[in-house]
Design a protein around this ligand. Structure first.
Ligand code: NDP
Ligand code: 2IT
Length: 445
């Protein structure tokens, strides 16, 4: 790391003790930014990095709710409004028992750069709760969402902060959250949340957008080496929103996706994952991958273990942070891997990224490769603002153009800064310069 940035890093780490995922995300970005500060001394003089690493506002609140037996539970809610240089804070809500401030801050920090890369007018934020939705009834989920929004509503708005989904938050939860916001405020403010249902202000393609976008990004990387998805053997982690649509898109482009996972294990299906069955099991029935294996002849379920033990030419990590470590990366490389695109946020550890880069593997970091979700959220905001709704074809076309644009901007920035083919450098510098310029233009705030 550039020595001028080390002191800033040390201060950030000391000011935010115990937030190890936030530290990891900050260090990863700082490692790319030395050359930018050679060209832009004004960023140092303006203390842009110090300001960027301190969220503009952090909200932590109590979320009390009752389960179906009438027992009282208390969870913790978060919204970190990180940076509004380019637009209203924008980013998802995550409901998972592992959520704490360090997770929300890493996600919010990444979101600043990701959102800048989309070229759309959105700042960075993230939120969530340590609530565990697993095994909860619809009524319990609704009561939790209503309680969560009863505090959150005062902090958000279409011009202020626009939450969406992430792990554990999909269309059902956005519906309950939107309903409670509307009830409390007496405003049908469509643009306050994205990921809404199609009949009440949502956008076509938003459910598919992150997974589709990740595959489009990977396809653009493959093209730089004269390759495509056609005939690739793909391994995906996760089996939620991002994973399912990544699988669908990769197979549409001619690949065979032979494996995917959840937190209990993984399935191998040499014939290629049956997306309709996977979607039925995971999205409709909210079941487990064991249910898929039981209903799909020729597939098998492996309890525990690592999906990265499965041989593939393309890997798409679409589950969660730090799910792919250096050993897994080395194994994938020795098994013939040529490309990785991150559908999840920070799924590869720093040592995994080093292994991929040293082996010359095409590597698309999450803040570039998974930006299709938030970009389509911005398209949803556009449709809401103009009280319009676009066709699937038009919206998908916009998503494709945005992903190709992000790919090309990352590649061009990496070239410009003497690191050709390094999408990590391209994404970090490309996103940073845009935000830093806007911050300086807006004065010391
Ligand atoms: P979902 O809740 O729909 O699915 C999450 C999947 O990941 C599930 O298969 C889940 O398994 C698995 N998973 C979650 N946590 C863990 C864990 N700690 N260990 C192992 N497996 C885990 O979430 P999404 O698909 O929306 O999100 C997946 C990733 O994509 C996240 O990193 C998210 O931040 C990122 N992302 C999401 C976007 C979106 O639009 N939704 C946009 C950009 C990025 P199980 O069911 O067993 O818990
Ligand atoms: O990580 C992400 O980019 C998301 N979870 C989507 C955020 C959004 O506002 O659509």
């Amino acid at each position: 790391m550039d020595s001028r940035l080390e002191a800033v890093r040390d201060t950030v780490l000391a000011r935010n003790p115990g937030e190890k995922e936030f530290h990891q995300a900050v260090i990863e970005v700082f490692e790319s930014l030395g050359p930018v500060h050679d060209r832009h001394p004004e960023f140092l003089e303006g203390a842009v990095l110090e300001r960027l690493c301190e969220p503009e506002r952090q909200i932590i609140f109590r979320v009390p709710w009752t389960d179906d037996a009438g027992r009282v539970h208390v969870n913790r809610g978060f919204r970190v409004e990180f940076n509004s240089a380019l637009g209203p804070y924008k980013g998802g809500l995550r409901f998972h028992p592992s959520v704490y401030l360090g997770i929300v801050k890493f996600l919010g920090f990444e979101q600043i750069f990701k959102n800048a890369l989309t070229g759309m007018p959105i700042g960075g934020g993230k939120g969530g709760s340590d609530f565990d939705p697993r095994g909860r009834s619809d009524a319990e989920i609704m009561r939790f969402c209503q309680s969560f929004m009863t505090e959150l509503y005062r902090h958000i708005g279409e011009y202020t902060d626009v939450p969406a989904g992430d792990i554990g938050v999909g269309g059902r939860e956005i519906g309950y959250l939107f309903g409670q916001y509307k009830r409390i405020t007496n405003r049908y403010e469509s643009g306050v949340l994205t990921g809404k249902g199609i009949s009440w202000g949502g956008s076509l393609v938003r459910p598919e957008a992150t997974g589709y976008g990740t595959v489009i990004f990977a396809q653009e990387m493959l093209k730089t080496r004269g390759q495509s998805f056609d005939g690739q053997r793909v391994v995906v982690s996760g089996s939620g929103n991002v994973a399912i649509h990544a699988i669908a898109k990769a197979q549409f482009l001619g690949a065979t996706v032979v494996a995917c996972s959840d937190s209990a294990g993984y399935i191998v299906d040499e014939a290629g994952i049956d997306v309709a069955l996977l979607s039925q099991v995971k999205e409709v029935e909210r079941g487990r991958l064991t249910d898929y294996a039981a209903r799909r002849p020729g597939s098998n379920h492996v309890a525990g273990g690592s999906v990265w033990d499965v041989t593939g030419t393309v890997a798409l990590p679409c589950a969660t942070q730090n799910e792919l470590d250096g050993d897994a990366a080395a194994k994938l490389v020795s098994n013939g891997l040529i490309a990785v695109a991150e559908g999840a946020n920070m799924p590869s550890t720093r040592s995994a990224v080093s292994v991929f880069q040293e082996a010359g593997i095409l590597f698309g970091p999450g803040k570039a490769a998974n930006a299709g979700g938030v970009a389509t959220s911005a398209l949803e905001m556009q449709q809401n603002a103009s009280r319009d709704s676009w066709s699937f074809e038009h919206t998908e076309q916009r998503l494709t153009e945005i992903m190709v644009g992000i790919h090309d901007r990352c590649a061009a920035t990496a070239d410009e800064y003497g690191a050709p083919g390094n999408y990590v450098v391209g994404a970090n510098i490309g996103g940073f310069v845009k935000v830093a310029d806007a911050m300086l233009a807006q004065g010391l705030i």
